[in-house]
Design a protein around this ligand. Structure first.
Ligand code: SF4
Length: 322
C-alpha cells in the first residue's frame, strides 16, 4: 500500500515549531518532525491568537462560583470570552481535518489533564479536566483522531492515533470520490482493522455498504462515516488484535517451517506481555503475505495502517495502559 492519503492535522504551534509558550520557549518534540512529511499541519496557538503576546503572564483555569474561567492571575485579566469566541470561530471555519495533536496540560490546548484551580491563591487545590480550546475540539469533532503529546509518548496510543488518522484521511478521499465501488473496496480493505477494533461496528458497516435500501451514495457514506468513527473510539483490545493475528497466520499454517512458526509465536507472546508493539507482530505476517502473495490479505490495511517509515517512532517507550 503506497498511495498514502495526506491527513490534515491541527497542531499546537509550541510543539517543535515555534517559541510561542508563555515563557517564550518551544517544546522540543521529534514526533512532529517525523510526521511532517506525511501530513498537512494547521499550526495554531490560541493564546497568541487572542492577543496575549509572547512572552506573557501565564493563565490558568479557575472555578469561580462553580463556573470554569480562564484567568491571568498576575494581571487580573479574565480572557474566558476571548478564548471561547476564538475557539468557536476557528473550529467552525476549519475545512477538511482528520486529527488534532495538542499540547498537554495547557489551560488552552489540553484535552484531559489540565489543572482546574478551586481558587486564585497559588496554593489552591485543583481538579483535572480539558482546556478551553482542547475541550471545544472534543465537543465539535468527537470522531476525529485527537491526542495530546503527553499521551502520544506511549507507543500503543501512538499506534492507535496513527491508524485512526490515516484511516479517516483515506475515508475522506472515498467520500469525495462519490463512487460506491470505492466505498465497497475501502470497506473490504479495512475488514481486519475493523475486526480488531470492533466486531459490532464491522457488522453494522457491512450492512451499510450492502445498501439493500438502494440509498444514494451521500446517504450511505454519511452513515458509514458515523459508524466508522465510532469503531475507532478506543484503541483495540489486545485479545481482539491477537485474534486477527491468529486468523491471518492460519492462512500460512501449511507453508511455514517449525522455526518460522516458533518465531511468530514468540513475537505474539511478547505482544501479549506488552513488551513489543502491534507492528512487531504484523510485520512478520506482512512478510509472509508478500512472500506467498496471499490475495485476500495483501490489501488489508491492518498490516500497514500507516506509512512504515513511521513505525520506527512507534517502537520505543513504555507507558500507561490504554
Ligand atoms: S499550549 Fe497551545 S496556547 Fe499554549 S503555547 Fe502551546 S499552542 Fe499556544
Amino acid at each position: 500500500m503506497n498511495d498514502w492519503p495526506k491527513p490534515v492535522v491541527v497542531l499546537s504551534r509550541c510543539l517543535e515549531l515555534e517559541p510561542v509558550r508563555y515563557n517564550g520557549q518551544v517544546i522540543p518534540y521529534e514526533f512532529v518532525r517525523e510526521l511532517e512529511p506525511w501530513v498537512t499541519y494547521v499550526p495554531i496557538c490560541p493564546e497568541v491568537e487572542i492577543g496575549l503576546g509572547v512572552p506573557r503572564d501565564p493563565i490558568r483555569i479557575v472555578a469561580v462560583d462553580g463556573e470554569a474561567r480562564l484567568l491571568q492571575p498576575d494581571t487580573g485579566r479574565d480572557v474566558t470570552e476571548e478564548m471561547v469566541g476564538f475557539s468557536d470561530s476557528f473550529l467552525s471555519s476549519l475545512g477538511k481535518v482528520d486529527g488534532f495533536l495538542l499540547k498537554n496540560r495547557s489551560p488552552s490546548c489540553g484535552i484531559s489533564d489540565v489543572k482546574i484551580y478551586q481558587g486564585l491563591e497559588k496554593s489552591a487545590s485543583s481538579t483535572r479536566g480539558p482546556g478551553f480550546f482542547g475541550g471545544r475540539v472534543l465537543e465539535l469533532y468527537p470522531g476525529l483522531a485527537i491526542e495530546d503529546e503527553g499521551r502520544l509518548r506511549n507507543y500503543r496510543i501512538r499506534e492507535h492515533f496513527l491508524t485512526k488518522l490515516f484511516a479517516l484521511a483515506r475515508f475522506r478521499g472515498v467520500k469525495k470520490s462519490d463512487a460506491m465501488r470505492q466505498l465497497v473496496r475501502f470497506h473490504a480493505e479495512q475488514k481486519l482493522t475493523l475486526m480488531a477494533y470492533s466486531q459490532k461496528e464491522l457488522r453494522t458497516l457491512g450492512r451499510i455498504v450492502a445498501n439493500h435500501e438502494k440509498l444514494r451514495f451521500a446517504e450511505v457514506a454519511s452513515a458509514y462515516e458515523q459508524h466508522f468513527q465510532r469503531a475507532f473510539a478506543r484503541p483495540p483490545r489486545a485479545p481482539a488484535v491477537i485474534n486477527v493475528f491468529e486468523h491471518a497466520a492460519g492462512y500460512f499454517s501449511k507453508q511455514l517451517t517449525k522455526r518460522e512458526k516458533a518465531f511468530y509465536r514468540s513475537a505474539l507472546q511478547k505482544y501479549r506481555d506488552k513488551r513489543v508493539p502491534l507492528s512487531a507482530v504484523s510485520s512478520i505476517l506482512r512478510a509472509w503475505i508478500i512472500r506467498f502473495e496471499e490475495e485476500y490479505l495483501l490489501p488489508q490495511t491492518f498490516f500497514e495502517p500507516y506509512p512504515a517509515e513511521l513505525t520506527s517512532i512507534s517502537d520505543s517507550g513504555k507507558g500507561r495502559d490504554v
